[in-house]
Design a binder for this molecule. Structure first.
Ligand SMILES: NC(=O)c1ccc[n+]([C@@H]2O[C@H](COP(=O)([O-])OP(=O)(O)OC[C@H]3O[C@@H](n4cnc5c(N)ncnc54)[C@H](O)[C@@H]3O)[C@@H](O)[C@H]2O)c1
Length: 248
């Protein structure tokens, strides 16, 4: 079975670069109309250039997922133009790493606001339409550290563990209306987010990866494509790790 997302409309947050951009490209390659979205306008413009050059079908809507009015605008604008929304990929995320005793309140708040509250705001906004449509898919990009924790990432791990609990809760709440919610938990993926890690931290990750290599954004995009496809229509409330075997 091939994956064809023709006539489908997906909103992908944080799709200006990294994993989000790779998911957006993979979806567009499979005929999906992609709503590119990011709060970084330079990244968004860069993604638009790639989409223009590739002839992909898309719209670009700037959105900071921590701001409710931005989120409402993103979702309402998409629905008003296309008359439906097939899915939402909650990909935007940040890190503000620090040891617990040194962690500042603003480091805690920024990560929880973006990675957890942002996912709540966008999911609530699309759920309004999904319930009426009696169809919709929410795919949340969590992290393996939401399952196993990580030193210096109490804020980030808490946010991603929260996303996993959130995903399971809304899967239970929305399932009877044919709305699914799943999470992908990537391990160590090569992007600008992990580029800043020290060699020591990278070596530490690699030691714990049976496949002995970092993942690529494409590895995560493929998992998202599967969950968006009709092959995954009866899968909900699950966490799919994409981590070369790090967590099992
Ligand atoms: N790279 C990894 O190893 C890894 C591992 C596990 C999980 N993840 C998760 O995957 C997702 C993507 O990570 P990445 O590695 O591509 O990171 P990245 O930093 O390269 O990209 C994140 C994107 O999100 C955008 N963004 C951040 N805050 C935003 C906000 N408030 N509103 C809108 N956009 C915002 C950024 O501008 C950026 O374009 C994140 O949720 C991250 O936590 C990454």
């Amino acid at each position: 079975m091939t994956i064809d997302l023709k006539n489908q409309v997906y909103i992908i947050t944080g799709s200006g670069r990294g994993i989000g951009l790779e998911i957006a490209k993979a979806f567009a390659e499979n005929n999906c109309t992609v709503i590119l979205s990011d709060y970084n306008e330079d990244s968004l413009a860069h993604a638009q250039k790639i989409f223009d050059e590739s002839g992909y079908h898309y719209r670009a809507i700037a959105c900071d997922i921590t701001k409710e009015d931005h989120v409402e605008n993103l979702v309402d604008k998409t629905f008003n133009e296309f008359g439906k929304i097939d899915g939402l990929i909650n990909n935007a995320g940040i890190t503000r790493d620090n040891l617990l005793i040194r962690m500042k309140n603003d480091q805690w708040d920024a990560v929880i606001d973006t990675n957890l509250k942002g996912v709540f705001l966008t999911s609530r906004a699309v759920a309004k339409y999904f319930l009426k449509q009696r169809y919709g898919k929410i795919i949340n990009i969590a992290s393996v550290v939401g399952l196993i924790g990580n030193a210096s990432q109490a804020n980030y791990s808490s946010s991603k563990a929260g996303v996993i609990g959130f995903t399971k809760s809304i899967a239970k709440e929305l399932g009877s209306r044919n709305v699914t919610a799943n999470a992908i938990a990537p391990g160590f993926i090569e992007t600008e987010m992990t580029h800043v890690l020290s060699d020591k931290a990278k070596d530490e990750f690699l030691k714990n990866i049976p496949m002995k290599r970092p993942g690529k954004p494409k590895d995560v995009a493929n998992a998202a494509l599967f969950l968006a496809s009709s092959m995954a229509d009866y899968i909900t409330g699950q966490v799919l790790t994409v981590d070369g075997g790090m967590v099992m």
